[in-house]
Design a protein around this ligand. Structure first.
Ligand code: FAD
Length: 444
């Protein structure tokens, strides 16, 4: 039987980065994955992409993963939020002097390939391994695979995504909320440049996100009631493209599909607790949230950082890294952030999908009020897209104040815009830009 300091089940991005961080710190993790190791880049664009925020980028950089990922990552220099058909918009720009853009979009296949290559080179990685038994006792956990291998460790980590078999084995069944929506994702090529702008468009349909990729391409994430999403999914390609153009108000011109379409049912899953004796859950195994703010993986990466911190603290003093004290510290650091983010995405979705005219008017009033505030007073708490970093157990969302800029700015502001009004011709009557270059801007 093999021994390890930590066994991590699931080689998604959270499992791989946790394993790498622990290995680089001198511990002996073992990573176990039911699928095949992905060692070569996919030869076609994957329909799924992921937006990584600055904090995740910095963490990947600290693990030595960013250099390889950077050439494949498309920067987001601006986020543009608008309720279509309405005048007022919100915009969030990369702060001047920032080392990284406020976020990047990467192809999920590329991300998986690079992380799998890194773990394969650095630590024991059991791919195509089917778990056949898990036995926990007071001192540790023993796991066996169907092909007869076994490993024992003082701590086992579930990084096996939604429907986590491992969490269920430790008696943790997630609280479940079915949004009755699905995300239709695809990669599109378009006639107009995106200028590194990520569009978050709220309409009767949607919300729809267009996330910039390298070249004249964007990732489409169209959240819809499931029956309507299925109907869109089934449309012949030209009709589908026409629907995208109309629903996005032609913001990137004419579009064509360059990947398959995929449908992802949207369900919120939250474990009642993220630890059990000798067990911790990270990433989607602990929480699956609505993707409308593109924060699921970023949230999972904060789990990774917190777990690495508490495990290394214990290891440094020769302590038991899977002890109840260590696991309590991990849960204490993560629970509020997880619950806050799940609540925020839930509320945002409910707010923007509301058909209640009072709520709709309220949204416009709210956006309009921000638009009319003097720039110095347009403050919102910084969020995972901003520069704020969570220290200790305080919720990230309330850690630091940032300034947002909005679309209802003066013509002088528009002249200073790096985009310029003419570059967004289909929407130029309603969308106005400010410079954003002299702001300390954060995304809410
Ligand atoms: C449409 C959509 C768009 C999204 N966009 C964004 C975004 O822009 N930004 C963002 O931050 N998040 C986004 N998310 C969320 C993000 O995709 C997830 O949070 C993230 O992939 C979770 O990573 P993970 O490593 O925790 O789990 P996963 O990526 O699900 O990885 C789990 C791994 O465990 C393996 N596994 C499962 N069961 C077992 C088992 N029994 N034994 C061994 N291995 C097992 C799987 O094969 C897999 O490799 C989006 C989600 C959706 C649905």
């Amino acid at each position: 039987m093999e021994t390890a300091d930590v066994v991590i089940v699931g080689a998604g991005v959270t499992g791989c980065t946790l394993a790498l961080a622990l290995a680089q710190a001198g511990l002996k993790p073992l990573l176990l994955e039911r699928g095949a190791a992905q060692t070569a880049f996919p030869n076609a664009p994957q329909p799924r992409t992921t937006a990584l925020n600055t904090e995740t980028i910095s963490y990947l950089e600290s693990l030595g993963l960013w250099e390889a990922l950077k050439p494949h990552a498309a920067p987001i220099d601006r986020i543009h939020v608008q309720q279509l058909g309405k005048k007022t918009t919100l915009q969030f720009d990369t702060p001047e002097g920032s080392k990284h853009p406020m976020g990047v979009i990467v192809d999920n296949g590329v991300l998986r390939t690079l992380t799998h290559q890194a773990v394969s080179a650095a630590l024991p990685f059991w791919s195509e391994a089917t778990l056949s038994s898990i036995e926990a006792d007071a001192a540790g956990v023993t796991l066996q695979t169907a092909d007869g291998r076994s490993v024992r460790a003082p701590l086992v980590v579930a990084a096996d995504g939604r429907q986590s078999v491992l969490s269920a084995h430790f008696g943790l069944i997630p609280e479940r909320y079915d949004y009755k929506q699905s995300a239709l994702v695809a990669i599109i090529e378009h006639s107009e440049p995106h200028h590194n702008v990520a569009y978050e468009l709220f309409a009767g349909d949607g919300p729809i996100a267009l996330l910039p990729l390298l070249g004249n391409r964007s990732a489409l994430v169209w959240n819809e009631e499931t029956s309507r999403a299925e109907a869109l999914f089934a449309l012949p390609e030209p009709w589908f493209c026409e629907s995208v153009q109309r629903a996005t108000n032609h913001v990137v011109g004419t579009v064509r599909l360059v990947s398959k379409r995929e449908l992802h049912p949207l369900v919120q899953l939250l474990l009642p607790r993220i630890t059990a004796p000798r067990f911790a859950a990270i990433g989607d195994a602990a929480h699956r949230i609505h993707p409308l703010a593109g924060q699921g993986l970023n949230l999972g990466m904060r789990d990774v950082q917190a777990l690495v911190d508490v495990v290394l603290e214990a290891a440094r003093v020769g302590g038991d890294i899977g002890s109840a004290v260590v696991l309590e510290r991990y849960a204490a650091r993560r629970t509020l952030d997880i619950r806050s983010m799940a609540g925020a995405t839930f509320s945002l979705n409910a707010l923007f999908r509301s058909t209640n005219p009072v709520v709709k008017a309220g949204i416009q009033l709210g956006l309009g009020a921000f638009a009319r505030l003097p720039k110095q007073r347009r403050c919102l708490p910084a969020t995972p897209w901003g520069k704020a970093r969570l220290r200790g157990s305080r919720p990230r969302a309330f850690n630091k104040m940032g300034v947002i800029s909005t679309g209802s700015r003066s013509a002088a502001g528009a002249e200073r815009s790096p985009l310029g009004l003419r570059e967004i011709s289909p929407l130029r009557k309603t969308w106005r830009f400010c410079s954003g270059r002299d702001d300390d801007l954060n995304y809410y």
